[in-house]
Design a protein around this ligand. Structure first.
Ligand code: PAF
Length: 283
């Protein structure tokens, strides 16, 4: 695996790959990679001859009281994992390389998509994500890019950005990888104490229970959301939202919408966990 800290050096290599008519797949990350990321890298190989990844902890998408400073940086381990997963090129720029001057142009998602759910509790998050992803797309110019469905709203925002800005990139969403007890793999799971880790699978269990109700024909969505929030709160969690939405645009389901997703964010101690589950409702 070629590791590039400089954008120009990566671009030079990728120019050669493109000249040889090799398709390029891209998987951007913030590092601290887990099995879910590595599955994305392997899946990327099914779509292209060249697999590019990036590691960059993007300050722009963190709020002032969030975990930018303590976000785990595990570069050596990440490189070993990426190499083993068959990644060809890694872009690992520092902040001066990616943001040589303070960023003053942004990609700003429609508030109807970027200011709800995650965006409501993390103001500016999707502006930061869309801006850095657009920038990375401009650098790598991939044919295809892969994102995990664990960050469901992020995937929707990026899909819409690519469509509306006419970027010639196929966006692929990959299924969430889970631990044996159902907890979605996440870089932030490492913040959990042993006791919290034992409790953490309750989030997925709550999603599963809610999904079962929906599949049985229950369309009292607000009541289902409130019951799921109450279950988590009763177990000591601080839920921020449990929302049953339609998959397409994450708006509240209209009468007859059946392609749904349940999205959740909740604090367990000081760790914020998110998860989601697609579900098919009845008419
Ligand atoms: O999902 C992530 O790790 C980040 O939001 C991304 C897409 C790499 C942008 O910084």
């Amino acid at each position: 695996m070629q590791i590039h800290e400089q954008i120009a050096a990566l671009r030079a290599d990728l120019r050669r790959e493109r000249a040889a008519e090799r398709r390029i797949a891209f998987v951007p990350t913030m590092g601290n990679l887990h099995a879910g990321h590595l599955q994305l890298m392997r899946a990327a190989r099914d779509h292209a001859q060249v697999v590019v990844s990036s590691i960059f902890v993007n300050r722009l998408q963190f709020g002032p009281n969030e975990d930018f400073d303590r976000y785990p940086r595990t570069f050596q381990d990440d490189c070993a994992g990426l190499s083993e997963a068959g990644v060809d090129y890694l872009l690992a720029p520092d902040e001066r390389e990616l943001y040589p001057s303070p960023q003053s142009y942004y990609v700003l998602p429609d508030p109807a998509q970027g200011d709800i759910l995650e965006g409501k509790f993390r103001p500016g998050f999707f502006r930061g994500v869309a801006t850095v992803v657009a920038k990375l797309f401009n650098i790598v110019q991939p044919d295809v890019a892969l994102f995990g469905k664990k960050d469901y709203q992020q995937l929707m925002v990026i899909r819409n950005m690519v469509r509306e800005l006419a970027l010639p990139i196929d966006i692929i969403g990959a299924d969430t990888v889970r631990a044996e007890d159902g907890l979605a793999l996440s870089s932030r799971n490492g913040y959990l104490s042993a006791t919290e880790r034992g409790e953490a699978s309750r989030l997925y269990a709550t999603l599963l229970r809610t999904a079962q109700e929906i599949e049985l024909g229950n369309r009292q969505f607000e009541a289902l959301e409130a019951a799921a929030m109450a279950d988590l709160a009763a177990a000591g969690w601080k839920p921020q939202y449990i929302a049953i939405r339609r998959r397409l645009d994450l708006q509240s389901p209209a009468h007859g919408d059946t392609a749904l997703v349940i999205l959740a964010a909740a604090f367990l101690g000081s760790t914020r966990l998110i998860d989601n589950l697609e579900v098919s409702g009845t008419k």
